[in-house]
Every structure is written in structure tokens, then in C-alpha cells.
Design a protein around this ligand. Structure first.
Ligand code: MN
Length: 268
């Protein structure tokens, strides 16, 4: 008999799924929809001993059974909104300026419903990159569809060649919760792999970090602490390499997990 491993005391953190939509030309899983997570986001969540669970969208062509996102929101202790495809401009009332910026409306609808379910259950939600943009849109904000086109004087926030080795400075907003997690820091360096960004901030949210050279929003949080915990960053903390120049991710993750622990105590 294998030794029984006590998993019951560990936090259970949901990760929203990325979609690879059905493609009749794909060699593997031909014509099938894939829902997946990228490895380092799962490893990031697990780095402190929390258990990471992908929350599959229950809707789609092959849907069956009665499981809903509500079941996951009830069962899990918190949610991470994963990075990935663009948010569709249709999700914030705009038409795509170019076809290639149409985004993934299917994923938007799934994640907006997911955030709402976790909010109803009082469980914290942390957004990464697309997750920040999705959270902003879910609560009534808007996005730049393409930074380089709409804000030509802005920095290069996405460089396809160097990918997660594209960095820039951000200023942590003094007095913010995020700044309190990094008391030694004011200006810090983060990675930057996004071509969309917040245009209009959602009502009820505050900016916690900005790219100080061009003012792009790089971190947000719901202002009202009496409501469920919502925070997000535009960079990828899960890509941080220990010892590198970019902002250490540990305090950020721990703050989210502390909120998950607190929610667990009040909901059970
Ligand atoms: Mn950036």
C-alpha cells in the first residue's frame, strides 16, 4: 500500500483554460477542440504546495452532463485567469480594427462567467496578462486592441522574437496593496508580452502599477475590500526566473493564496 498523502489541507486553485479551437487541418486531435494550460502557470501555482486544477469550460459541441462553473467555484478556493489569446473587441462593444485582432470570444464568455461564479462564491481571482484585460472587460472596462497602432509613442510591450525576455520598468503606485508587498521597491522591472492594454479602467478598480515611460496600466485591483478579492497584473509572474532582474513573483502569489485561505475560512 502506498503511503496515503494528505491533500485535503492544501489550497485548491483553479486555472482557466486556453482554447485551441477545432481545426480540420491539424494533424493531432484533428477537428477537435483542445482546452489546456501552459505548464509554467500550473508550476507557479504549485510552487507553494497549492494544488492546481484546470477548470474546463462545460459548454461546447460535445457538452454533456450537468456540471457547471458554479460547481468549480464552490469546490475550489481561488481562480487564476491564464494568459493567452486576445480578448475580442466585441466583448467590450467595439468592432475589431483588423481581422487578426478579433480575439477569442468563446474564451471571453467562458472566463467572464467563471469570474462571476467565483465572485458569487466569495473566492479570490487573480489575473495574468490576458487575465488582467479580461477582468477589466468583465467589469465594464475597455482595451486598446493594439498598442502599437493606437498608442504609437508607447514602448514595445510585445516582441515576438525575444518573447519573455522583453522587459520594461513599472512604477508601483505608492500606498497601493501591491506596493505594500514590495516595500523596498518603487520602480521595478517586469516582463512584457502583450500587444493589448487597458484603455478605460473598469469602474470600482484602481491602478496599482504603470509602465512609467508610457503610462500603460500594468496592475489593477478592485478598490472595495469588502467585496470579493480581484487583482491582476499585465506581466507574467510565472515566467520570473529566480535571481533575474525582474520583480520577484513570490509575494504576489502568496498574497493571492492568503486571500484564498481567508475565503476558505469564511465559506466553510
Ligand atoms: Mn507591458
Amino acid at each position: 500500500m502506498a503511503e496515503r498523502i494528505a491533500g485535503a489541507g492544501r489550497l485548491k486553485i483553479g486555472i482557466s483554460a486556453c482554447f485551441m479551437h477545432a481545426d480540420p487541418a491539424r494533424v493531432l486531435f484533428t477537428g477537435k477542440t483542445l482546452q489546456y494550460v501552459e505548464q509554467s502557470i500550473a508550476h507557479w501555482v504549485m510552487s507553494t504546495g497549492a494544488l492546481a486544477v484546470m477548470v474546463p469550460s462545460p459548454t461546447g459541441a460535445t457538452q454533456r452532463g450537468d456540471v457547471t462553473l458554479e460547481h468549480y467555484a464552490d469546490w475550489l478556493d481561488g481562480l487564476v485567469l491564464h494568459g493567452g489569446a486576445d480578448v475580442s473587441p466585441l466583448s467590450y462593444g467595439e468592432q475589431p480594427l483588423q481581422e487578426k485582432w478579433s480575439g477569442d470570444r468563446v474564451r471571453d464568455e467562458y472566463e467572464i462567467a467563471l469570474v462571476a461564479a467565483f465572485e458569487r462564491h466569495g473566492k479570490p481571482v487573480f489575473g495574468v496578462c490576458r487575465g488582467l484585460q479580461l477582468m477589466n472587460v468583465a467589469y465594464g472596462g475597455t482595451l486598446f486592441q493594439d498598442i502599437a497602432t493606437q498608442v504609437p509613442q508607447a514602448l514595445v510591450h510585445r516582441d515576438a522574437v525575444v518573447y519573455d525576455h522583453n522587459f520594461h520598468g513599472v512604477e508601483l503606485v505608492a500606498g497601493s496593496r501591491l506596493a505594500s508587498l514590495y516595500p523596498e521597491s518603487g520602480r521595478v522591472t517586469v516582463n512584457s508580452i502583450h500587444h493589448q492594454a487597458i484603455k478605460d479602467l473598469a469602474p470600482g478598480f484602481e491602478v496599482e502599477a504603470v509602465s512609467f515611460e508610457d503610462g500603460m496600466v500594468e496592475a489593477i485591483r478592485r478598490s472595495d475590500r469588502s467585496q470579493s478579492w480581484l487583482a491582476a497584473v499585465q506581466w507574467h509572474p510565472e515566467f520570473h526566473l529566480p535571481g533575474s532582474e525582474t520583480l520577484d513573483d513570490a509575494a504576489l502569489l502568496q498574497d493571492f493564496l492568503d486571500a484564498a485561505t481567508a475565503a476558505k475560512k469564511t465559506t466553510t
